[in-house]
Design a protein around this ligand. Structure first.
Ligand code: COA
Length: 359
């Protein structure tokens, strides 16, 4: 038995490969640095979906159809149940998405991809007492999401930064949420059910819920000179430092570098915030190394995710939804692959409870 299924291979995939020792991520034959900052989200969705939908259009057609899906999803926003605002952002996105019918076709897939892009800015605005803004189907998903968030046209640099983020997190092997999506897909439940399983898997702080707490940690530390004392005390209390460590990577997560580069390219970034983050990162790595020299813990994707999404104007509570915006592409591709190549997933558990008494 392997605790947490560590090292266990449960599927063959053409979608992505995570080499934890080399710190290398490959998405459908391309390394992360070939696609992050170079391809649009739509182009990467097309790359992931290739071979899994018979009617998959070219990139420009996919962009048009995804824009139309955003417009269709927005029609439901008017009826957005205000009670959803009492839930956390990821819980409310999951509740909103649960109203979609199940299906295995491209229209269902595009609706599921459009949902977080439309819902997340709408929810942020409703929480701020503002009206949700309708999508502009002619824009790419990243530029349109930022426009719906802020009300003004996103400049090309900011749209490119969000595109880089969405591409960077679009797929990552059998992460907990992706495995959950594949399990549900293996029952032939449909793409909506698989994506709902993915959303549930993404919610906790050990997977997609970490970037919000990264901001809370930076805010609590406040200034570079407090970094060492604050983190030493947190570790002494048995807490984990958010944004560090990974089940598979034994070196620096390559996604952290892609996002740090995108952050540095962004106009109007806050140099003092970046300087604080760099000090916190350096100090955290030194403290983690001093505690467990034999277990290499390095910076993961969530650390610079937090800083990039903050710089783009998303509130920390919405970060997991933005992660879902990118990762839904991977969940859908994995669900389709599971259906095409896999069987019902049904492992076994070793029973360690009491045995029935003899009659
Ligand atoms: N801060 C402090 N200690 C950490 C740590 C962190 N960020 N990450 C791991 N450790 C410690 C663990 O507590 C464990 O110590 P123990 O054996 O004394 O309990 C040891 O390092 C080994 O942990 P590991 O086996 O690597 O953890 P995992 O594979 O079960 O979990 C994570 C991986 C990502 C869940 C874990 O590193 C973590 O909780 N990180 C913080 C949350 C985070 O950033 N999540 C986003 C992931 S992309």
């Amino acid at each position: 038995m392997s605790d947490g299924l560590e090292g266990v291979v449960t599927a063959e995939t053409v979608l992505s490969s995570v080499d934890g020792a080399a710190g290398r991520l490959v998405i459908r034959g391309r390394s992360l640095d070939e696609i992050a900052g170079r391809m649009s989200f739509e182009a990467v969705v097309r790359l992931l979906f290739e071979g899994f939908f018979a009617d998959l259009p070219e990139e420009s057609g996919l962009r048009r159809r995804l824009g139309a899906a955003r417009a269709e999803v927005f029609r439901d926003i008017a009826a957005l149940d205000r009670r959803l605002t009492t839930l956390t952002d990821i819980e409310s996105l999951r509740a909103y998405t649960a109203r979609f019918a199940d299906g295995d076709d491209l229209d269902t897939a595009l609706r599921l991809l459009a949902a977080p892009a439309v819902f997340t800015p709408a929810m942020v605005r409703v929480r701020r007492g503002l009206q949700p803004l309708a999508p502009d189907p002619t824009l790419g998903q990243a530029a349109d999401t930022l426009r719906m968030l802020t009300g003004g046209a996103a400049n090309a640099g900011r749209a490119a930064a969000l595109d880089t983020y969405l591409v960077t997190v679009c797929d990552h092997g059998l992460a907990a949420s992706t495995f959950a999506a594949r399990i549900v897909a293996s029952t032939r439940a449909g793409l909506t059910s698989a994506v709902l399983a993915g959303l549930s898997g993404l919610k906790g702080p050990l997977h997609g819920g970490a970037p919000g707490p990264v901001i809370a940690m930076l805010d609590a530390i406040g200034s570079s000179e407090r970094a060492e004392g604050w983190m030493t005390a947190a570790l002494a209390r048995g807490e984990r430092l958010m944004g560090f460590g990974h089940r598979i990577y034994r070196v620096r997560d390559p996604r952290a570098d892609a996002l740090k580069a995108a952050l540095k390219r962004l106009d109007g970034g806050d140099p003092a915030r970046l300087a604080l983050a760099e000090t916190v990162e350096r100090t955290a790595l030194a403290l983690l190394h001093a505690r467990r020299p034999e277990r290499r813990l390095d910076t993961n994707v969530e650390f610079y995710t937090a800083l990039l999404l903050e710089a783009l104007g998303f509130p920390p509570d919405a970060f997991t939804n933005v992660f879902a915006m990118g990762r839904t592409a991977g969940w859908i591709a994995h669900a389709r692959e599971q259906l095409a190549t896999g069987r019902l997933i049904r492992p076994e558990a070793r029973y360690v409870g009491p045995t029935p008494r003899a009659a």
